[in-house]
Ligand binder design. Structure first.
Ligand code: NAD
Length: 440
């Protein structure tokens, strides 16, 4: 099929490449000319495992190209995936759907023949209905242009895997014809056994909101429990393993840490809270607000743990922070808790150097006041304190004996409970982890 992917960011680029990989002819559209130029040259502007190879393969084969022209996309494609951003708006509560309505407002008058717009962006319930009304009003093809909602569940850092082998495809359709088109687009994945959930557009929008709200709540819950464990002399890591085996609870996403971040969960939880309030589910709004409050206080809680471990203020202390991205596997630093902790220590007077294997250039743009290095061992040289803030797997493989010799004081605060504390202690480190005792 001929498809367009409108919006080439963390969602749109992997989606465009994956659609080419499963056999479609794809045109990716973005407003940013520099971005589309790089993409056409087969260069990947985001860090995502496996993506550069797919991009290079399909831009070279001619099955995938990028443009800034929606007119070109309208002329070319029969299915238009909508993957533009939905940041949170100025009041910090609702989605700013300006990019979604802006793209559809420009696209609609160009749609002169039957086609389907497949919304993938995360939106408030009711958005798809409003977009369908906009299309009906402005598209020359009128009711032959349908709007479907197909929320995206990919995890950054696993975008290709999750797009080519998703655990589910959810689609909210206004008609059986629209359902048939979606089934045809995803036919190779459906043949591989990926479950398809077909529902109405409002439910599809709600499914995405509820999924991310639940994930945020789960993370905040375990972070709250970690705090209780610290106070009670219990061990949150043992607790997680023991409650995680219960299939009603599940081990996935159940990790104590410095809080959820990124371009999705924080805004999606906020928007779901506002939606619950607007729809009259006041206790649900309260529940979600509590999850938000726990998350918002994580950087301060991390700072408190650092100062408790040091036995003094972090003011003047040389600190190495491992991790800038909001989680491992990505260079995305939007609402990164790792950077929030690093910035909080800097503000308090610490001399902070941040190491990250992939996110130094993106972090530098947001926090130019911090020092950065891509050299893992170099970051620890002469540091009095090491803070692990992102769960990059190779941090676990670092040799604590070598690092102890480089560091002046060999004090580690591990905000991801990532390393083997006993091994690090044996190598001479003082180790503190979240929700675990200081001694083990
Ligand atoms: P992003 O900001 O990385 O990318 C959005 C892109 O859309 C930008 O490159 C922007 O230039 C482009 N754009 C804006 N208006 C446009 C227009 N009129 N025409 C063409 N391009 C336009 O955002 P993202 O992280 O890719 O997220 C996109 C949507 O997907 C959001 O709603 C997000 O909540 C949702 N989502 C993201 C992820 C993820 O892992 N990032 C996962 C699931 C869902």
């Amino acid at each position: 099929m001929r498809v367009s992917v409108i919006g080439c960011g963390h969602l749109g680029i992997p989606h465009a490449a994956a659609m080419a990989e499963i056999g479609h002819e794809v045109i990716g559209v973005d407003l940013d000319q520099a971005r589309t130029d790089r993409l056409n040259a087969g260069e990947c502007p985001i860090h995502e495992d496996g993506l550069p190879e797919l991009l290079a393969r399909h831009t070279a084969s001619g099955r995938l190209r990028f443009t800034t022209s929606l007119a070109e996309a309208a002329e070319f494609a029969d299915v238009h995936f909508l993957a533009v951003g939905t940041p949170i708006d100025a009041d910090g509560r609702r989605y700013d759907t300006g990019q979604v309505f802006g793209a559809v407002r420009t696209l609609a008058p160009l749609l002169t023949r039957p086609c389907v717009i497949v919304g993938k962006s995360t939106v408030t319930v009711g958005t798809s209905r409003d977009l369908a009304a906009l299309v009906a009003r402005f598209a020359p093809a009128g009711s032959e242009v349908e709007v479907v909602w197909n929320p995206e569940f990919l995890r950054e850092g696993h975008a290709i895997e999750d797009t080519l082998r998703p655990d589910r495809i959810v689609v909210g359709v206004p008609s059986t014809h629209a359902e048939e088109v979606v089934r045809e687009v995803y036919a190779p994945l459906l043949r591989d056994g990926v479950p398809l959930f077909v529902t109405n557009p409002a439910t599809a929008e709600m499914i995405k909101g509820a999924a991310n709200a639940y994930l945020g709540m789960k993370i905040s819950f375990i972070n709250g429990v970690a705090e209780m464990c610290s106070a009670a002399g219990a061990d949150v890591q043992h607790l997680i393993e023991a409650i995680g085996v219960d299939p009603r609870i599940g081990r996935g996403g159940l990790n104590a840490g410095p809080g959820y971040g990124g371009g999705c969960l924080p805004k999606d939880v906020r928007a779901f809270t506002a939606s619950a309030q607007a729809l009259g589910a006041l206790e649900t709004a309260q529940l979600m607000r509590a999850a938000e409050a726990i998350n918002e206080t994580r950087p301060a809680a991390a700072l408190a743990l650092v100062e408790e471990t040091l036995g003094r203020s972090v003011d003047g202390v040389r600190v190495a922070v491992w991790g800038a991205s909001f989680k491992a596997g990505t260079d995305d630093v939007r609402e990164s808790p790792a950077l929030a902790v690093a910035a909080a220590m800097h503000q308090r007077g610490a001399k902070v150097i941040v190491h990250d294997p992939h996110a130094v250039s993106t972090a530098l743009v947001r926090h130019p006041e911090l020092d950065y290095t891509e050299d893992l061992e170099g970051s620890v040289r002469d540091a009095e304190l090491l803070v692990i803030a992102t769960e990059w797997a190779h941090f676990r493989e670092a040799d604590p004996k070598v690092l102890a010799a480089l560091s002046t004081d060999a004090v580690l605060v591990d905000l991801r409970n990532l390393v083997d504390a006993a091994e690090w202690r044996a190598a001479g480190w003082t180790v503190r982890q979240l929700g675990r005792s200081a001694q083990e």
